[in-house]
Design a protein around this ligand. Sequence first.
Ligand code: ADP
Ligand code: ZN
Ligand code: ZN
Length: 673
Amino acid sequence: MPAHGSAHALLSYRSELPLAAGTLVRVPLGRREVLGVVWDAPAGHASGADFELKPVIGSLDGIAALSANWRRLVTFCANYYQRSLGEVALAALPPQLRDLSAVQLARRMKRPYAAAAQLPPIGQLRTLSEQQAQALSDIEGQAGPFLLFGATGSGKTEVYLRTVQTLLSEDPQAQALIMVPEINLTPQLEQRFVERFGEAAVVSMHSGMTPPQRLKSWLSAHTGAARIVLGTRMAVFASMPNLRLIVVDEEHDPSYKQQEGARYSARDLAVYRGKQDRARVILGSATPALESWQASEKGRYLRLDMRARIGDAALPAVRMVDMRLQPKKAVLSPQLLDAIGQRIARGEQSLIFLNRRGYAPVLACTACDWKSECPHCSAFRVFHKIDRTLRCHHCGFTERVPRACPGCGNVDIAPVGRGTERLEEHLGELLAEVRHPDGSPVRIARMDADSTRLKGALASQLASVHAGEVDVLVGTQMITKGHDFRRITLVAALNADTALFSSDFRAPERLFSLLMQAGGRAGRDAAQAQSSEMWIQTFHPDHPLFTALRRHDYPAFARNELEERKRAGLPPFASQALVRADARSQEVAQAFLNAAREAAAATAVDCFDRVTVYPAVPMNVQRVADVERAQMLVESDSRMALQRFLAAWRPVLMATRERGLIRWAIDVDPLTI
Ligand code: ADP
Ligand code: ZN
Ligand code: ZN
C-alpha cells in the first residue's frame, strides 16, 4: 500500500525478496517514488498478471516492520471514520519518513536507539492520599478501561505517574503512552515525567515539533527505546511495540477529535488500541464526556472516584452575580470588582475568563447600518485595537480599520461588545486607583491566542504568572486548562450565558466542564483554598446547570443531561455522522447532499431502514473564504447499523456528481452539529 492520499484501495507491487507484512518500502507511483507499507502478505493472487506489477524499489532497512496491531489500528480508524487506508497510514507516520531518501534515513538510524531506556532510581516518593492509593490498587488489580473521575487538584497526575512507574519497573521493556489535549499548555506535565523517569525515557509527539524532532521521537518509540511517549491526539498512532498503558488526560477535551482529514477521536481510538494491545487504558477527567460517563454507568468502563482535593483542600465557593440586578452597562459588577481588589491587597491573584479574543467582536457605524462583516464569510470581522485591524477569525482576511464608515462616510464607527483585549483595557481603568499594600500599582496581563502567537511567548507569560508578577490575568479558555497555578484564589467567568441557549446540544456539557476546569485553577494551594472563589456573572442564575455547578456536582449535572439526551434520542443514546459539502453556492452543496440521500434510498443501501438521513441544511457559519458549506445529519440508534450504512453509502457519495461541488467529507461521531 503506497502512502498516497488518493489511494482508496491497496496497491500491489512485485518483490524479488519476501517482505514481511508491516515492512516500510519505497515504491513507484506514477512518476514519483513514495513511501509504502507492506500491508498484507501476498494473498495468493500470484497469477499470470504478476509480471505487469511494478517492482518495489527497496525496503527501509534497519527499521523494524510495523506490527500487526498497529496495522489493525490504522485499518480500524480508516474503516470507522470512512477514510482511505493510505491516507490514515500516511498521516500516522512522521513526515520525514516519507520525505527522506534511503541514504538520509540510514544516516538517521545511526543514532543509538538500541535498548529500552533504563529508569533512574527514584528519590523519596510522597505519601499517596487514601483515594489515590485506592485508585492505584484498582488499576493494578483490574483490566479496565478505567474512568478516573477526579476533581481538579485531586492528584490524578500522581496516579498516572505511579501507574507508569509500577508498570515500567515490573517490565523492563514496557512502554506507556500519555495523551494530553494540548501539549503546549502542559509543559508542567512533561517536566513531571522527565523529573520522575529521566530525560532518556520520555519523548514527546505533537504538531509543534519540527519534522526531524518528530522522526527522532517516532524512531525512539518504534524501536522501544523510549519508555514513555507524551503527546497530543496524533500520538495515539505512535508505533510502540511494547505498549502496556495508555492514559488520556482530560479525556473530555474536544481537541482529541481531529477536525480535518480522517476525523478520528483519539480518545476512542485509545480505548480500541488498549484492547488490541492488551494495554491498560485510563481516561481521566473532572468532568468526563457524557459518552464516557454513560459507559461507566453501564459498567463498560470501571469508574474510579477521586472527588476530594489533595489535603482536603476546598473547591472554590461558587458565587453567582445576577446581572439583571446590575447597572445596565456594567461589565464587572461592583461586588466582583471589590472581591478582586481584596485579592490584590492580600497579594493573591485573580483570573478573569472571557471566551472571545480581540478588542470587540464587531465594529459598527453609529449613523448607518454598516458593520464589520467579512466580505468572504458569513461572519463579522473582529476589531483588534492593538494594530487597528479588522480580522476575520474564520478565513484570516485582515484589513486596517477604515478611517470612516465605508457605507456613509461617518467618522464615528464604534466597537460593539467586548473581547479580552478590551476587557484588559477596561480593567486597567477600573483598577487604576487600587494599590498593593506597598503602594505599587496593579499588574494586569492578558493571555490568549493573540498574546501568545510568538514562539516562547506562552511559556514566558506562564512563568510570570507563576512567579507572582501578575495580579489579574485576563484570557480565553486557554488559561483555564490544566495549569497548576498556586496563587490564584479568584476565578471569574463573564459571559457564560451564550452557551445555555445554543442550538448545539453539547454546548451545556462544554460549558459545565469549562467552568469546572476554570474554577479548578483557584485554590490549588491548600492553605488558600478556604478563601478561593469562582464568580459567575449571569442573567440566568437559577439555571439547573449553575445549580449543579454551585455544588460541584458533576454526577447530578450528568444525570440531568443524560435524561434529556435519552428523551431526545441524542448521543450517547444514538450514533451520528455528518456529511459536509463545500461548493461555490449553497444550492449546489445542498443539491449534492440531497442527491446522495435519494440515491441511498433508491439503491437500498444496507441498513437504510435503520438510519435517519435528515435533509441538507446550511452550516452554522454558512460561508467561509467564499465557500458555501452545507451539512446533512445521519442518525441511528445502533452504532453498527450506522457503520454498515456509511460503508455501503460511501461509494454512492463518491459516484454522486454535482457541477460546482468543491469537496465533501464524512464526520463520524461529530462533536459539533
Ligand atoms: P489533578 O491532575 O487531579 O488536577 P495534580 O496531580 O496536578 O491534580 O495534583 C494537584 C497538586 O497536588 C499538585 O501540586 C501535586 O503535586 C500535589 N499532589 C498530588 N498528589 C499528592 C500527594 N499524595 N501528596 C501531596 N501532594 C500531592
Ligand atoms: Zn455608516
Ligand atoms: Zn472571513
